[in-house]
Design a protein around this ligand. Structure first.
Ligand code: PHE
Length: 348
C-alpha cells in the first residue's frame, strides 16, 4: 500500500476542492471551465499532481499513480453526471423561457373600414351605373352663371335665398349644389344624357343636421319622351336597393327653379315599415331627396331643343343618406375622425 503523508494530503485537498467547486457550478460554461482547469490537458491540476510521481521512490509510484487515476476517474464521473444534469436543466430553462401559451386569446387585429359616406357613394354609384349612368365630376369653385343663372335662378331671384352662398368674388362662388354640373354636361353633350355627379357642396349653414360642407349626388337624364313617371319608376328601384325590399316612394310638390314640376321625394319608413316611429316622426315617411322634370328654360340655356327632348334630375344628400341608413343623429360625427364611431359602421 502506498504511503506518503504530504502527497495523500495533496490528493485529498484536490478532491475536496473539486467537490466544493462542482457543488457551486451554476451553468455548463462554468462546468467546462472546471473541466479545463482540473481535468484536461498537461496543465490541468490532475496532470500537475501526476508530475509529483518523479519525486517518489520507485516502489511508491504504482500506488500513487493508481490513487491519482482513481481521483481522475471519480472526477470524470462527476463531470459527466454534472454535464447531463446541466444540459437537462438548461433545456428546461429554455423551454420555460420560450414557452408559448396557445390558449391565450390573440390580440385582435384592427381592420380598417370605409367611411360611412364613402360606403354610401360606392353603393349609389354601383346602383346607378348598373342602370347605365355615367359619372361626371364637376368643379367645387363655380361661376354664378353655372350655379344659379343657367339653372333658371337669375340675380334677385328669391330662390337664391334658399341656399346661403359662400361668394369668392361677385362672379365666383363655392358651388351650393351639384346641379351646376348639369349645365356643364348639357353644354358639352347632346342627348341621350344619363349622368351621375357626386361631389362636395358648400352652404353657410351649421347645426346638428347641416354642415357648411356636405356631399351631394346629382342625377340627370335627358332624352326623348322622359317623364316624371320615369323618375318615379327609377326611384322605386333605387330605394329598394338602398333601404331594403318593400320600400316605396311618394312624391310631394315642391319648388326648384330648374325643375318643373318639382318634387320632394319621401320613402316609406324602413325602420317601422310605415306605421310611424321616432325616425319618421310618426308620419311613416322619410324625406330623401329633391327632384323634378328639367325646366324647359334650363334645356334651352344649354342649347337643347325642349320640344324634342325632356329630362328629369334629382339631388341626393350623401351625409343625410348615411345618417338615415346607419342611424347617425348628428352630421358632425361624419366629419369627425372618431374611430369609435366610424369603426362601428362596416359593410363590404
Ligand atoms: N339642387 C337641389 C338642392 O340642392 C336638389 C335638386 C337636384 C332638385 C336636382 C331637383 C333636381 O336642394
Amino acid at each position: 500500500m502506498w504511503e506518503n503523508g504530504v502527497l495523500s494530503e495533496k490528493l485529498a485537498a484536490l478532491k475536496g476542492k473539486m467537490e466544493e467547486e462542482l457543488g457551486a457550478l451554476a451553468n455548463s460554461r462554468e462546468l467546462y471551465e472546471f473541466k479545463n482547469v482540473y481535468l484536461e490537458g498537461k496543465k490541468s491540476r490532475i496532470s500537475e499532481l501526476m508530475k509529483e510521481m518523479r519525486s517518489l521512490a520507485p516502489e511508491e509510484r504504482a500506488g500513487f499513480g493508481k490513487s491519482v487515476n482513481e481521483l481522475k476517474e471519480w472526477a470524470f464521473g462527476r463531470f459527466q453526471a454534472m454535464e447531463e444534469k446541466m444540459k437537462r436543466l438548461e433545456l428546461e430553462r429554455r423551454y420555460e423561457r420560450e414557452k408559448i401559451d396557445l390558449s391565450i386569446p390573440a390580440a385582435p387585429a384592427r381592420i380598417g373600414n370605409l367611411h360611412p359616406v364613402t360606403l354610401v357613394i360606392n353603393q349609389l354609384v354601383d346602383i346607378f351605373s348598373g342602370m347605365g349612368f355615367e359619372i361626371y365630376e364637376g368643379r367645387e369653385i363655380e361661376t354664378d352663371y353655372y350655379n344659379f343663372t343657367a339653372l333658371n335662378t337669375p340675380a334677385d331671384h328669391p330662390a337664391r335665398d334658399m341656399q346661403d352662398t359662400f361668394y369668392l368674388s361677385p362672379e365666383f362662388l363655392l358651388r351650393t349644389q351639384t346641379s351646376a354640373g348639369q349645365i356643364h354636361v348639357m353644354e358639352k353633350k347632346k342627348p341621350p344624357i344619363k349622368i351621375l355627379s357626386p361631389g362636395r357642396v358648400f352652404r353657410s349653414d351649421d347645426d346638428a343636421t347641416h354642415s357648411p360642407m356636405f356631399g351631394q349626388m346629382e342625377g340627370l337624364v335627358v332624352d326623348r319622351g322622359i317623364t316624371l313617371g320615369d323618375l318615379k319608376g327609377m326611384l322605386d328601384v333605387f330605394v329598394q336597393k338602398v333601404y331594403g325590399e318593400g320600400t316605396t316612394t311618394r312624391l310631394r310638390p315642391s319648388y326648384f327653379p330648374f325643375t318643373e314640376p318639382s318634387v320632394e321625394v319621401d320613402c316609406s319608413c324602413f325602420a317601422c315599415g310605415g306605421t310611424g316611429c321616432s325616425l319618421c316622426k310618426g308620419t311613416g315617411w322619410i324625406e330623401i331627396l329633391g327632384a323634378g322634370v328639367v325646366n324647359k328654360k334650363v334645356l334651352e340655356n344649354c342649347g337643347i331643343d325642349s320640344e324634342e327632348y325632356s329630362g328629369f334630375a334629382f339631388g341626393i344628400g350623401l351625409e343625410r343618406t348615411a345618417m338615415l341608413k346607419y342611424g347617425i343623429n348628428n352630421i358632425k360625427l361624419l366629419f369627425g375622425s372618431d374611430l369609435r364611431v366610424l369603426g362601428q359602421i362596416n359593410e363590404k
